[in-house]
Design a protein around this ligand. Structure first.
Ligand code: SAH
Length: 214
């Protein structure tokens, strides 16, 4: 086994399993995907550490636990159409691509979107579509979605995203002030959405019409 494979197994055991991540498929995906390939080479040694990492353009890739925790909350079985807002490095996108049928991902910064697309393609995922744009408005043409994951924080829940959720669909997103947010999960039931809080978190800003101003 390479050092990275060992680091990955340790990450799964110590950061995920021990802290209560139980979804077998999520654990498997986290153990499989080469997280170091989503950051620059100078950061490879820290890629499986218990911390977020810079990905350029003042953005960050979330710590492994947060990626696993949010993904688990989406309750993916394998046949879902998923919308992701904030492609960033594409790491979370790859995790979703492992666990769902089709992933639609929106990133507002072109250079990040292009880099992520190259990585995703070179890893051989053919079920991912990445678009450059304001994801706070969702991706209307592709709606409805079974699950929506937002990896940037908005001052309040972007209404367009909730509208693009299908019946029994789940949305997971950080909501609140830029210094610190609450991770919220909504489940769509008819015209209603049932909300639960999953805990505190800190994400970069969701910048857009239904997010923060630039
Ligand atoms: N999930 C990513 C990390 C995302 S960091 C990963 O695994 O690497 C948050 C990302 O959201 C940044 O890349 C930022 O540019 C993007 N973002 C912020 N506002 C956005 C918006 N309105 N639409 C799409 N992407 C946005």
């Amino acid at each position: 086994m390479t050092d990275y494979a060992v680091a990955r197994q340790r990450m799964v055991a110590e950061q995920l399993l021990k802290r209560g991540i139980q979804d077998e498929r999520v654990l498997q995906a986290m153990g499989k995907i080469h997280r170091h390939l989503f950051v620059e080479e100078a950061l490879w040694a820290r890629a499986y550490g218990d911390l977020p990492l810079p990905i350029g353009e003042k953005q960050t890739i979330s710590q492994p636990f947060m990626v696993a925790f949010m993904t688990q909350a989406l309750e993916l079985k394998g046949n879902e159409r998923v919308l992701e807002i904030g492609t960033g490095s594409g790491y979370q996108t790859a995790i979703l691509a492992e666990l769902a049928a089709k992933v639609y991902s929106v990133e507002r910064i072109r250079t990040l979107a292009q880099r992520a697309m190259r990585r995703i393609e070179s890893l051989g995922y053919y079920n991912v579509l990445i678009r450059v744009g304001d994801g706070s408005m969702g991706w209307k043409e592709m709606a409805p979605f079974d699950a929506i994951l937002v990896t940037a924080g908005a001052p309040q829940v972007p209404i367009r995203l909730v509208e693009q959720l299908g019946e029994d669909g789940r949305i997971v997103l950080p909501v609140g002030p830029s210094e610190g947010q609450v991770l919220r999960k909504g489940t769509k039931k008819g015209v209603n959405v049932r909300w639960t809080d999953l805990g505190n978190c800190v994400f970069v800003k969701l910048v857009g019409e239904q997010g923060w101003n630039d």
